[in-house]
Ligand binder design. Structure first.
Ligand code: HEC
Length: 508
């Protein structure tokens, strides 16, 4: 489905213009579209789906650990070993209970803290939980007394306010460094531009009480993931490259972050290649910028990263960093959509290997990895904000799961769970949809989402199969906290409700 629409979109972009729902010869229709055409039921994320699609590095097995976690983003283990995941779109932190009964799945979920403003990154330090919100850092005491007992106490207090917020990159990652400092990433407000606030496109550093704000490193377009290499305490950060320069340029980046350094954006990309719009006249800045230590493929969107610290991890990943590649939306073929491992050799050269794949197979997407966390037991957890799941990867035989897939067989795919508009009375639905359609027009949504309304040069992102992953409420929330580069739809809730109803009606 995606391929058909993309193909049509790119034909239009090439100015060919002729467009009907012709199926190019040899095109295979599968997954939800095929099932809906045949009137079959739909699968949710299941063990069979996981087993049939995912491939993990030799010596490991992967299982579905938790599901129904809307907008699962960043993860941390508490000092006592409880797993917490942020849900910025829902405004909460969720406790994912352990697998105490040994059935391979989490025993359930409990809200740890809600009512937050787009909480994304968070960390535990000296009896406090620290949370990066849209434009602030909040802190709240916590207690725990054995497994699954993590609790917060008293109100969350904002210890820092006025961090620049909104714009394209609204998520804030927060993490304590080995020096005891609190590090916070603030992505750029735009795809490429000169920022007014120097704290944008930067990593900031604070003392744990929120004092001493410092621009630790700059020129970082959107460094959502960062971690310190345990053996050297060097800070490494992922960075997402700019858009609209074709399929294969610029690379996304891994940077080694040093205090006071500048990393190029918006003037240069990759190995200091000048930006076509901002490079000219900024040669000195470009010369002073620090190039990445490792390029990821363009548009792979590296997000969370974590170094493996478990001393008894298998040789194949001991000391490596695992990085979640969220995946591309604006290449002619999708790319990324996997977890990779980065390996340092004795000379400091880095090689990248696949660790977990199968989120995307032949343009069919069932998930988008966001973050990687290592549990106290050495298991590795991967969050997915597309299917709303957490996967667990452990040492073990692939056994029933993750057997090499017959490449000619269609992979199992994710499907619609329910009709998200079924609860609406017919006339209510009709009036919402009509109003939503009008709002879609007045807000120029079609300029990015409809091939026939986009200006030339714009890469159209087709909207499709939204009911697979959203219900009415979650889509209303999505519009306030979209995936970059989709702009925030800052409309009253009633308007967002109408838009969401229209979208679900149009793109079941
Ligand atoms: C400047 C371009 C742009 C505009 C304008 C825009 N969007 Fe988007 N939108 C995007 C992009 C790009 C994505 C995909 C981001 C990703 O998933 O990586 C997206 C994603 C979405 C999604 C989620 C799709 C999915 O499969 O999960 C929805 C829903 C959506 N947009 C609705 C809207 C609505 C409604 C409007 C108007 C109010 C709008 N968009 C305006 C660029 C835009």
């Amino acid at each position: 489905m995606r391929r058909i629409v993309l193909a049509i979109g790119s034909l239009l972009l090439l100015g060919v213009g002729a467009c009907s729902f012709l199926m190019p010869e040899g095109l295979v229709v599968r997954g939800p579209m095929l099932k809906s055409m045949l009137g079959l039921g739909f699968d949710a994320l299941t063990d069979t789906l996981v087993a049939g699609r995912f491939q993990v590095a030799p010596g490991f097995r992967v299982d579905l650990f938790a599901e129904g976690v809307e907008n699962a983003r960043f993860m941390r283990f508490s000092p006592g070993g409880d797993l917490v995941v942020s849900q910025p779109r829902v405004g909460q932190l969720l406790l994912i209970l352990g697998d105490r009964d040994g059935d391979g799945r989490s025993d359930g979920q409990r809200i740890l803290l809600d009512g937050l403003d787009r909480p994304h990154g968070f960390d535990f330090r000296d009896g406090h939980l620290y949370i990066g919100e849209g434009g602030a850092i909040a802190r709240i005491p916590f207690t725990e007394n054995g497994p699954d007992t993590l609790e917060v106490r008293g109100p969350a207090i904002r210890i820092v306010e006025g961090i620049p917020e909104g714009g394209n990159h609204w998520s804030r990652t927060l993490r304590f460094g080995p020096d005891g400092g609190m590090y916070v990433h603030v992505g750029s407000s735009c795809n490429v531009c000169e920022e007014k606030d120097p704290r944008r496109a930067a990593i900031l550093r604070y003392e744990p009480d929120g004092s001493g704000e410092e621009i630790y490193a700059s020129g970082l377009r959107n460094s959502v993931g960062f971690d310190w290499r345990p053996e050297s305490d060097e800070l490494y950060a992922t960075d997402n490259g700019r858009d609209l320069m074709g399929d294969d340029f610029p690379p996304c980046e891994l940077n080694r972050i040093e205090r006071g350094r500048f990393y190029g954006w918006p003037y240069a990309h990759g190995d200091n290649h000048p930006d076509p719009d901002f490079g000219e006249g900024n040669e000195e800045r470009i010369a002073s910028s620090t190039p990445p230590v490792h390029p990821f493929r363009a548009h792979n969107a590296p997000l969370g990263m974590t170094f493996i610290r478990n001393p008894s991890a298998p040789d194949s990943i001991r000391g490596a960093a695992l990085v979640a590649l969220h995946g591309s939306w604006n290449r002619s073929r999708l790319d990324g959509y996997k977890v990779v491992s980065l390996h340092w050799d004795a000379r400091g050269q880095i090689t990248e290997r696949d660790f977990l794949t199968g989120f995307e197979i032949e343009e069919d997407v069932i998930g988008r990895p966001v973050d990687v966390a290592e549990g106290p037991d050495g298991a590795i957890y991967v969050s997915d904000d597309y299917s709303g799941a957490i996967f667990r990867i452990r040492v073990g035989a692939a056994a029933d799961s993750n057997v090499a897939r017959n490449p000619s067989a269609s992979p199992p795919t994710l499907g619609v769970v329910a009709n998200p508009l079924a609860a609406l009375a017919p006339n209510e639905r009709a009036s919402l949809v009509t109003r939503g359609e009008a709002l879609f027009g007045t807000n120029a949504c079609g300029s990015c989402h409809r091939a026939n309304q986009a200006e030339s040069g714009v890469i159209v992102k087709p909207l499709e199969a939204l009911a697979q992953r959203y219900d009415l409420e979650s889509l209303i929330r999505f519009l306030l906290t979209p995936t970059p580069p989709m702009p925030v739809v800052d409309l009253p809730e009633a308007d967002r409700r109408a838009l969401a109803a229209y979208l679900l009606d149009q793109h079941p």
